[in-house]
Design a protein around this ligand. Structure first.
Ligand SMILES: CC(C)(COP(=O)(O)OP(=O)(O)OC[C@H]1O[C@@H](n2cnc3c(N)ncnc32)[C@H](O)[C@@H]1OP(=O)(O)O)[C@@H](O)C(=O)NCCC(=O)NCCS
Length: 203
C-alpha cells in the first residue's frame, strides 16, 4: 500500500490526509499519520514531543501533552487533559476518559468536570485498554490488553483484567525475561524510584 504523502508541520511531518488545527506543536522527527485529527486551543495547546509517532485515525484534543519517543498505534482517542510521558506505547484502540460521570445535561450546563490523567515514562497500554480519568499510571507499568484501569497503577506494576488487578512487577524474574530491554533502563535511570516504591501485588 502506498504511504500517504507527508508535509512539514512545526518541526515534524504530518500526512496530507490528517487535519491539524491551531495550537499544535510537533517535535523534531515526529509523525502524525493519515486521517488523524489533532487540535488545541489558546488556553489548551497540544504538545507532541520529538521522535513520536501518532497512528492513523487517532483523535487528539486540546490540553493533551505527549512526550518524546512515544509510539501510538491506530484509532486512539485522547480527550482533554491527558499527559503521556516519554517512551509510552499506546496499543490500538486504547480509550482515555475525562469525566467520571458525564451527562448531556452537564455539558449543556457547562459543568462538565474534567480530571487530569498522567501516564508515566516507559508505560505500555495494551490494545483496547480503557483508562479512567483522574489517575496516574507509574513509570514502566504494563497494562494488559482490554484492561479497565479504574485506579492509580504503581510504577513497575503489570496489571490486567476488568477491573484491572496487579499480576506482578516488571522487576520480577518472570517479567525480567519477558521485558529484558527494560532492565538496563530502570536499573540505571530509575534506581531511586524503584528503591522508594514498594509494589503491592495483592491489590
Ligand atoms: C497483561 C500481560 C502483560 C500479562 O502477561 P503474562 O503475565 O505473561 O501473562 P500470562 O500468560 O502469564 O497470564 C497470567 C494470568 O493473567 C491472565 N491474563 C493475561 N493477560 C490478560 C489480560 N490482558 N486480561 C485478563 N487476563 C489476562 C492469564 O489468563 C493468566 O491467568 P491464569 O493465571 O488464571 O491462567 C499480557 O497478557 C498482555 O495483555 N500484554 C499486552 C498485549 C498487547 O496489548 N499488545 C499490543 C500490541 S499492538
Amino acid at each position: 500500500m502506498p504511504q500517504p504523502t507527508l508535509i512539514p508541520h512545526d518541526k515534524g511531518m504530518v500526512s496530507t490526509t490528517a487535519t491539524i488545527g491551531d495550537h499544535v506543536t510537533l517535535g523534531t522527527n515526529s509523525r502524525v499519520w493519515h486521517q488523524c485529527i489533532v487540535y488545541g486551543t489558546e488556553k489548551r495547546p497540544v504538545h507532541i514531543g520529538k521522535d513520536t509517532q501518532i497512528g492513523s485515525q487517532s483523535h487528539i484534543k486540546p490540553g493533551v501533552t505527549i512526550g518524546d519517543y512515544c509510539r501510538l498505534q491506530d484509532g486512539i482517542s485522547i480527550p482533554d487533559l491527558v499527559t503521556l510521558g516519554n517512551y509510552v506505547f499506546v496499543g490500538p484502540r486504547v480509550t482515555f476518559t475525562n469525566d467520571l460521570f458525564p451527562t448531556v445535561a452537564k455539558i449543556l450546563a457547562h459543568s462538565y468536570k474534567e480530571l487530569e490523567t498522567i501516564i508515566g515514562d516507559h508505560v505500555t497500554l495494551g490494545a483496547s485498554s480503557t483508562i479512567i480519568c483522574g489517575i496516574t499510571i507509574g513509570a514502566f507499568a504494563q497494562i494488559g490488553m482490554s484492561a479497565a484501569v479504574t485506579k492509580n497503577v504503581p510504577p513497575f506494576a503489570v496489571v490486567a483484567g476488568v477491573p484491572a488487578r496487579i499480576l506482578g512487577d516488571v522487576r520480577d524474574e518472570k517479567y525480567r525475561i519477558k521485558y529484558p530491554e527494560l532492565i538496563p533502563l530502570y536499573e540505571r535511570t530509575y534506581k531511586s524510584l524503584s528503591d522508594k516504591t514498594p509494589i503491592n501485588t495483592k491489590q
